[in-house]
Design a protein around this ligand. Structure first.
Ligand SMILES: Cc1cc2nc3c(=O)[nH]c(=O)nc-3n(C[C@H](O)[C@H](O)[C@H](O)COP(=O)(O)OP(=O)(O)OC[C@H]3O[C@@H](n4cnc5c(N)ncnc54)[C@H](O)[C@@H]3O)c2cc1C
Length: 469
């Protein structure tokens, strides 16, 4: 057998490469196996390249509204090829960054397709042939891929997954986005800002359905105002592709099926874990393909761990990385390190962000979920229009909502929509980690003028003490 490691990580996304770095930091002899690009979906095809695209769309939007700021911008044009080129460049830069981090931490990189031969042995098929490597512990971090429509798989020409939508050869004239989770809404927002005619269909009764209902309603209004057609309680019955476009059979709220033509369709109906055909079947429990684990990433087989998008959600990069650190520390502990103290993941304190325009961010329970869980709640809601910085920025659209347990003052959840809220949410996340109450948040001094002052005002508002509304 070629190698004997302490830890092998299968898959190098934000779950896998972070698990490998933490393992190496803890003095474990570590290897990572990757079949495509170091950095996984997040750096190459997910979080980062989409944010690069959205940044171009945002600047384009500001240029078109230059007059609002007393400026003139003439002959503004969007060059889609250049926008995509920039996004791919950003992805490449980060991919090289992960290569550097592997080297710096002395992590052995095995490029190729990995298959488990046992709980501690992996076969890796790469360009240079097949090798077998083994370790005391293996962490499965193989991530996930886009889920296809059963009746119309993506063809890359007219029907796109996120990969096609990120590298378009042409600008869609009339775009149908199926699914209104974070990925669907981000692409809808990007293409709408870039000038496409965008329709979003969602089976459920509101868009971004995991968010607080007030956020969903506000976002729907805002996106509609920006020119999108948003159809909730609406299902797709069929897609008929031709050279010219796609005919979609759409079943509306009223139960009637209509046929409509689109130039392109983006399918954003969820993810499928990469857990088939890699030797896992007898070694782990699965639920709809997702590997079942304990709070530290242990599967039912000793020495075999799993993290990230191939285990139960939320399917977010920062959750994958956090699980990677926890698993690495738990492994180090099992191998005798007495100085590490891994903590299981607190699933109630994982922030979620959607980078549409306006942005959406949240952490903890929605108002409805808190009530369902039996809490009597106190709710604060502060609008952007009451904040000096938001008005100065020309971004007075949005609100910040906080949900507290009336009995103890515990912050149960926070829900935001508006400019830069994806940067603000971490304030409340830290607060929740420290088990903060309303009294401590009210006592905290917030800098002026900042958007963060609305976080203070929302808390004050929950207790009838908001100052600027
Ligand atoms: C368009 C889009 C936008 C997103 N935006 C955000 C965002 O803004 N914020 C956020 O938190 N999350 C976002 N996500 C989700 C995020 O990308 C994932 O949650 C994250 O990448 C999961 O990390 P992971 O390490 O579990 O898996 P992945 O990143 O999927 O990495 C898994 C890696 O394993 C490799 N692999 C799989 N099987 C094998 C095998 N048998 N042998 C060798 N290698 C293998 C794959 O090639 C891949 O590189 C987005 C996703 C998409 C698609």
């Amino acid at each position: 057998m070629a190698d004997k490691y302490d830890v092998i990580v299968l898959g190098s996304g934000p779950g896998g490469y972070v698990a490998a770095i933490r393992s190496a930091q803890l003095g474990l002899k570590t290897a990572i196996v990757e079949r495509e690009n170091l950095g996984g979906i997040c750096l190459n095809w997910g979080c980062i390249p989409t944010k690069a695209l959205l940044r171009s769309a945002e600047i384009y939007h500001y240029m078109q509204h230059a007059k609002d700021y007393g400026l003139a911008a003439k002959e503004i044009e969007a060059d889609l090829d250049a926008v995509v080129k920039r996004s791919r460049g950003v992805a490449k830069q980060l991919n090289q960054g992960v290569t550097h981090l592997m080297k710096k931490n002395k992590i052995a990189v095995h490029m190729g397709e990995g298959t488990l031969k046992s709980a501690n042995t992996l076969e890796v098929k790469g360009d240079k042939g097949t090798e077998t490597i083994s370790a005391k512990h293996i962490i499965v971090a193989t991530g996930a891929r886009a889920r296809d429509l059963p009746f119309a798989p993506a063809d890359g020409k007219r029907i796109w997954t996120y990969r096609h939508a990120m590298t378009p050869k042409e600008m869609p004239k009339k775009l149908l986005v199926i699914g209104s989770g974070a990925i669907g809404i981000e692409f809808a927002s990007f293409y709408n800002d870039m000038g496409a005619d965008v329709t979003v269909v969602e089976m459920l009764d509101r868009i971004v359905p995991v968010e607080d209902a007030e956020v969903s309603a506000f976002l729907e209004k805002s996106l509609t105002k920006q020119g999108m057609s948003i159809r909730t309680k609406t299902g797709l019955e069929g897609l008929d592709v031709s050279d010219k476009g796609v005919k979609a059979k759409i079943k509306g709220k009223d139960g009637k099926v209509t046929e409509e033509e689109f130039s392109h369709v983006i399918v954003a109906i969820g993810i499928q874990p990469n857990t088939e055909n890699i030797g896992l079947d007898k070694l782990v429990e699965m639920d709809r393909g997702f590997i079942q684990i304990d709070d530290y990433g242990r599967t039912k087989t000793k020495g075999l761990w799993a993290i990230g998008d191939c285990v139960p959600g939320p399917w977010l990069a920062h959750k994958a990385s956090h699980e990677g650190v926890t698993a690495a520390e738990a492994i180090a502990q099992e191998l005798g390190n007495k100085d590490v103290h891994p903590h299981g993941l607190d699933r109630n304190n994982i922030p979620a962000c959607t980078y549409c325009h306006p942005q959406v961010a949240s952490v903890g329970m929605t108002e409805a979920k808190a009530k369902e869980a039996g809490y009597k709640v106190k709710v604060g809601n502060f609008p952007f229009i009451g904040n000096g910085k938001a008005i100065a920025l020309g971004e007075a659209e949005g609100f910040i909502k906080t949900v507290f347990d009336e009995k103890t003052g515990e912050l149960l959840g926070a829900h935001m929509i508006g400019a830069e809220v994806t940067e603000l949410i971490q304030g409340y996340t830290v607060g929740k980690t420290l088990e903060t109450t309303e009294a401590e948040l009210m006592q905290t001094v917030f800098p002026h003028p900042t958007l963060s002052e609305m976080m203070h005002e929302s808390v004050l508002g929950a207790y009838g003490r908001a100052l600027h509304i």
